[in-house]
Design a protein around this ligand. Structure first.
Ligand code: HEM
Length: 449
């Protein structure tokens, strides 16, 4: 595992080696050996492939290879690897570490509920806009005092998830809420999902919520789950059972909170490090929003800000190794046979920093997403949410949160490095963890006139 993580975090090309197509399992030929064919992207780190315990694993590297597997052969690469620690925690329930039909049903349910709450009714956007107000108010109210911005960002993002789950929010100082945030944060960092407290918390809130449940006005994901449970109560094999409920809630919290708040923290650090880019974002905010609260409808009129947010996600590269996949069937990838059930690691770092896709892969360069006229351009290799069947279910929600929180913060505050520290000296080395966030830094937030 040492060589795997070293390679993943440093130089993806180091993983490239020479392979010969094999009909059963894998067969390696030495680099430059006669008949050996170079296949950029499929890695082999020991003489017999990467072994995760007894499990043979294939690492996919580079945009072309990851796209070929996850997008062009989407069904074959859709399964989640059965990592014992994750299996122990989720027992196949929920979405994140779930498999087969259970995964399909839970994924479909979550996507359609998020879509219903997000579109038309704009419930989700309204929740986020309201939370942006609380976030600014909270920072403002602590003027002159040192604050832990990571915790505050976590609370804001967690409240968005709570509002989707329950249709309500909690004060940042609510003791039960802060304890929960601490617990989630710690468990993610330690890879332990001690989330029984989260479940108990949701149950209490849900019991209160149940009294006002209206079938015709489903305002939260828990309403929608409960109604499906009622509808299918005579079906003993229904997927809408308590185990799936518990796992789904913990999945949405754990997958949705740390990822989004870590990206926002990277955004804050990068804007502090690059004051000229920060200033250009603020000029665009002034021009398009003035003092109006940000809303999604403004995003298309703010190409520079949009490009900066995309570049934050590309550069931050918060899930460099993605989540592990597995093959659902025997499959041939660019001429190479991979048996059913093989662990697959589609390295997102290798896509987000692929030298053939990005002009300056190692620099923070918002122009990656702008054309010569300053219009926003989409990039196929922009894959922080992965791609294919397992692609992040929270992508639309996360994009809304990133745009609304980021613009709200920069509309209200200017970011500077702490006295005595030059912005150019700010260290962009990532922290080590399942999600890689920035190291702790001291930053000054000055209210803008
Ligand atoms: C900046 C924010 C986010 C990033 C970068 C991100 C990234 C990812 C990535 C890379 C995966 C793995 C995809 C794969 O296995 O190929 C994933 C899966 C997932 N994400 Fe996100 N995510 C973010 C926010 C969210 C949010 C807000 C939610 C909550 C709704 C969420 C819920 C999930 C779930 C449930 C899965 C599992 C999907 C499955 O296995 O089918 N994520 N995310």
């Amino acid at each position: 595992s040492d060589s795997l993580s070293t390679a993943a975090f440093s130089e993806p090309k180091a993983l490239t080696c020479h392979w010969k197509p094999a009909h059963h399992g894998f067969e390696k030929t030495l680099p430059h050996s006669p008949g050996g064919k170079s296949i950029s992207g499929v890695a082999l780190l020991t003489s017999n492939g990467i072994q995760m315990g007894f499990t043979k694993t294939v690492v996919l590297s580079g945009y072309e290879m990851v796209k070929e597997a996850l997008v062009n052969q989407a069904d074959a690469f859709a399964e989640r690897a059965e990592v014992p620690a994750f299996e122990e925690l989720s027992r196949g329930n929920g979405i994140l570490f779930s498999h087969g039909e259970n995964w399909k049903v839970m994924r479909r349910f979550t996507l359609s509920t998020l879509r219903d709450l997000g579109m038309g009714k704009r419930v989700i956007e309204d929740h986020i806009v309201e939370e942006c107000g609380h976030l600014i108010e909270n920072i403002d109210s602590q003027k002159g005092k040192p604050i832990d911005l990571t915790m505050i960002m976590n609370a804001a993002v967690a409240n968005v998830i709570v509002s989707i789950l329950l249709g309500e929010r909690f004060s940042y100082t609510d003791p039960q809420f802060t304890r929960l945030l601490h617990l989630i944060n710690e468990t993610i960092k330690l890879y332990l999902f001690l989330l029984d407290e989260l479940y108990a918390f949701t149950q209490v809130a849900f019991t209160k919520h149940l009294k006002t449940l209206d079938r015709n006005d489903q305002r939260s994901l828990i309403d929608a789950f409960f109604i499906r449970q009622q509808e299918e109560k005579s079906d003993t094999k229904s997927y809408f059972n308590n185990d799936n409920f518990k796992s789904l809630i913990s999945n949405l919290f754990s997958a949705g909170m740390d990822t989004t708040s870590t990206t926002l923290c990277w955004g804050i650090l990068l804007m502090t490090k690059y004051p000229k880019i920060q200033q250009k974002v603020q000029e665009e905010i002034e021009k398009v929003l003035g003092s109006n609260p940000p809303r999604m409808e403004y995003r298309s009129k703010m190409p520079y800000t949009d490009a900066v947010i995309h570049e934050i996600q590309r550069f931050a590269n918060i899930l460099p190794m993605n989540l592990p996949h597995a093959t659902t069937m025997d499959v041939t990838l660019k001429g190479y046979f991979i048996p059913k059930g093989t662990y697959i690691i589609p390295l997102l770092a290798s896509v987000l920093q692929d030298k053939s896709e990005w002009e300056k892969p190692d620099a923070f360069y918002p122009e990656h997403f702008l054309d010569a006229e300053g219009k926003f351009v989409k990039k196929e290799a922009f894959m922080p949410f992965s791609a294919g069947r397992r692609r992040c279910v929270g992508e639309t929600l996360a994009k809304m949160e990133l745009f609304l929180f980021f613009t709200s913060l920069l509309q209200r505050f200017s970011l500077h490095s702490a006295p005595g520290v030059s912005s150019s000296d700010l260290d962009l080395t990532p922290e080590v963890g399942l999600t890689s966030g920035p190291l702790p830094h001291k930053i000054c937030m000055a209210a803008r006139a």
